[in-house]
Ligand binder design. Structure first.
Ligand code: 3HC
Ligand code: NAI
Length: 651
């Protein structure tokens, strides 16, 4: 039964129990509707507490219903009915009250939240707007500015902030049900506040709305829901309640059926499926109570920070005392930056560094459960590290490499118990980027693989399993993408036009700007290494630039010129001259053609990766691109988009 009713004296307790997250499917909506009717008719009930079983308050509408026709009772009607109850309802919130869940809470006369709770309206992250009065009641409850922030960003707020904004009436600790009952008794001794729909709202002036529109358009980069949400909020601030409700509902239904919403739902479900792959259902992960990182450079320090953020004790091993100092400084800088961004307090940052045990002596690793290697991308150096790990670590310690391109089988050669070896490919900055490619070798045991996935969960990362190939899933597609971008340049398309087209498509940066930021020399050195190993690697345009000393922003010159101290790219005459005799101009391409060519190259590589079994499913490739390479989330990833376009063509 999704809705249970019991009593505490003259207070009725309505408990929603619809695992896993109490989503508002049709049966639950009906159950709540019936509860409202029944309790209104029960003269012995003076007030009602609405509370949820399980890990959370109602987490929102049931997203799995979004592809289907809406079924009554509709959520806006339920929220409206709740508001008209003869007795006051008190929403008792734990976990998260999100989307439709928070809208139901706004239908109640009061909201009481546990101090650990979150409330929010995340609909825009699913490509829709709130569809059950979120844009209309929130401004009446907390004012227009708070509502615009909450709805257009989709970011939930913690209970204390929700209280300060007026989104909840009281924050409590301890026993939520008892606290809510006490609150209900108190409320009955006072005049009830007006239902939210009857409260006044004051609209800011048009200039304020225009400024919001500009700021949101800049942030949204092609995503439509945040701007449509702003339209709804403005309607709510300027028009009568019923008119604004009708506008919100029409917008909600329109967006619910949109390509962007379908794409965002695809990513939503892919993200939730990724951490628990079906083929590992029977594999038991090893417990990881301590971790170590070898190498304290860019990646090693970032990985150590991610492990510390997850509360694990960390040992950091570097080459010598000087390098240990540098590694610790790299780590300190990461936490300092987090303090500057307001993510950590100074005391927390200090504790995270202080608890790291750092040195150059491998005997520090004798008891460690998991070791992640992040030393130079050089097979001999890595093999020497694993030889020492094989001698010093426990025989059952999990040993991982963060290599970007090297073959993990070669790195692990000669390692005792190779079943505990695995690739864990983090992305830079490793404490921020959500993607973790998990690369088993043929010798890796299911328990080791499952440990990789469990680690990803505890670090808050999105794990994707990849087979072994040059660059694994992500960097292999990146190589193809860059090669196609260079092909466009060879055919006469200006570098700046290619970058602008990809920004217009929704990427934060185009391929050449991104390479200038990261440095052109990394890919160049990798190609050079392959050439000196006898492989036939054709000349890339990038090679010509690196040989001319143009390694990107760090040398003040790459695909673009950079004025000293300025990160603004300026199209470069020198580059045009350097590449002149490699170009054979073809027809000029529109931004849409350019994006079409580059995404088609990604899709072709993605299909090859799937066909070879390097990726297990197309949605994994989408997760890699969205979480590792800035592919616009609202497009659902290259594979989803290609599939959608193919099915639209066949209709
Ligand atoms: N509908 C359907 N299923 C949902 C769901 C939803 N709204 N939210 C979560 N689930 C499912 C997940 O797919 C997952 O299923 P699985 O176990 O089969 O993989 C399961 O619930 C657990 O989800 P999580 O792994 O995310 O659980 P957590 O405990 O880590 O997080 C949560 C809980 C914070 C509630 C998180 O699930 C979440 O953010 N959910 C989405 C909330 C949301 O976006 N709500 C708005 C919906 S739109 C709406 O309400 C429109 C309205 O205005 C009309
Ligand atoms: P880096 O050059 O910044 O750091 C490497 C560190 O390893 C240096 O601090 C060095 O002193 C240390 N080191 C070298 N030999 C060592 C040894 N024998 N024992 C202990 N420490 C040793 O390099 P970066 O960028 O951190 O890369 C490390 C690894 O991560 C490489 O395999 C790289 O391919 C991979 N990687 C890099 C990414 C990036 O964006 N930089 C992204 C993902 C993976």
């Amino acid at each position: 039964m999704a809705v249970n009713i019991d009593r505490d004296g003259d207070i009725a307790i309505v408990t929603v129990d619809n695992p896993p997250v109490n989503a508002l499917g049709q049966a639950l909506r009906q159950g709540l509707w019936d509860a409202v009717e029944g309790l209104d008719a029960d003269a012995s009930v003076r007030a009602v507490v609405l509370i949820c079983a399980g890990r959370t308050f109602i987490a929102g509408a049931d997203v799995t219903e979004f592809g289907k026709p809406p079924m009554p009772p509709h959520l806006p009607d339920l929220v409206g009915r709740l508001e008209q109850t003869a007795k006051p309802w008190v929403a008792a919130i734990h976990g998260s009250a999100l989307g439709g869940g928070f809208e139901v809470a706004m239908g109640c006369r009061f909201r009481v939240a546990l101090d650990s709770a979150l409330v929010g309206l995340p609909e825009v992250t699913l490509g829709i707007v709130p569809g059950a009065s979120g844009t209309v009641r929130t401004p009446r409850l907390a004012g227009v500015e708070a509502a615009v922030d909450l709805v257009t960003t989709g970011k939930p707020v913690k209970a204390a902030k929700a209280l300060a904004l007026g989104l909840v009436d009281k924050v409590v600790t301890g026993e939520l049900r008892a606290e809510a009952v006490t609150f209900a008794h108190d409320a009955l001794t006072r005049t009830l506040p007006q239902p939210i729909s009857a409260r006044p709202v004051t609209s800011p002036d048009p200039a304020w709305w225009d400024a919001q529109r500009q700021a949101i358009a800049k942030r949204a980069k092609g995503e439509v829901a945040p701007l449509r949400a702003l339209d709804c909020l403005r309607m709510a601030a300027e028009k009568p309640f019923a008119e604004a409700m009708a506008f919100e509902r029409a917008t909600f239904l329109d967006l619910r059926a949109s390509d962007q919403a379908a794409a965002l739902r695809h990513i939503f479900f892919a993200e939730r499926a990724a951490p628990r792959p079906a083929h590992l259902a029977d594999a038991k992960p090893r417990g990881v109570r301590s971790a170590a990182v070898i190498g304290g450079g860019t990646m090693g320090a970032g990985i150590a920070a991610a492990l510390r953020d997850a509360g694990l004790p960390v040992t950091l091993i570097e080459r010598d005392a000087e390098a240990v100092k540098r590694g610790l400084l790299n780590l300190r800088n990461i936490f300092d930056a987090a303090v500057k961004r307001g993510k950590l307090t100074e005391a927390e940052a200090q504790a995270r560094v202080k608890d790291v045990c750092a040195g150059s002596d491998y005997s520090l690793l004798a008891e460690t459960d998991l070791v992640i290697e992040a030393v130079f991308e050089d097979l001999a150096v890595k093999r020497a590290v694993f030889a020492r790990l094989g001698q010093t670590c426990r025989p059952d310690a999990i040993l991982a490499t963060n290599t970007s391109y090297l073959d993990p089988r070669l790195i692990a050669e000669g390692l005792p118990n190779p079943d505990r070896f695995i690739g864990l490919h983090f992305f830079s900055p490793a404490n921020v980027m959500k993607l973790l490619e998990i690369v088993p070798t043929p010798a890796t045991s299911p328990a080791t693989l499952a440990t990789g996935f469990a680690l990803a969960r505890s670090l808050g990362k999105i794990p994707v399993q990849s087979g072994i190939c040059d660059g694994f899933i992500g960097n292999r597609i990146l190589t193809r993408y860059r090669a196609e971008a260079e092909m466009l340049v060879r055919q006469g398309t200006p570098i700046a036009a290619i970058d602008a087209a990809m920004r217009g498509y929704g990427f934060a940066m185009g391929p050449f700007e991104a390479q200038d930021l990261g440095g052109l020399d990394i890919a160049y050195l990798q190609r050079e290494a392959a050439r000196s190993a006898g492989q036939d690697v054709p000349e890339a345009l990038c090679d010509i630039l690196v040989r001319a000393g143009r390694k990107g922003q760090k040398t003040g010159a790459g695909w673009y010129d950079y004025a000293p101290g300025d990160r603004e790219p300026t199209p470069s005459e020198t580059v045009v001259a350097l590449l002149a005799n490699r170009l054979t101009p073809g027809p000029s391409l529109s931004a849409e053609d350019i994006a079409g060519r580059l995404t088609a190259a990604m899709v072709a590589e993605g299909k090859a990766i799937l066909a070879e079994g390097i990726a297990l499913r197309a949605s994994d490739i989408d997760l890699v691109e969205v979480h590792g390479y800035g592919y616009p989330r609202w497009r659902g990833g290259p594979m989803f988009e290609a599939e959608r376009m193919a099915s639209q063509r066949s209709v």
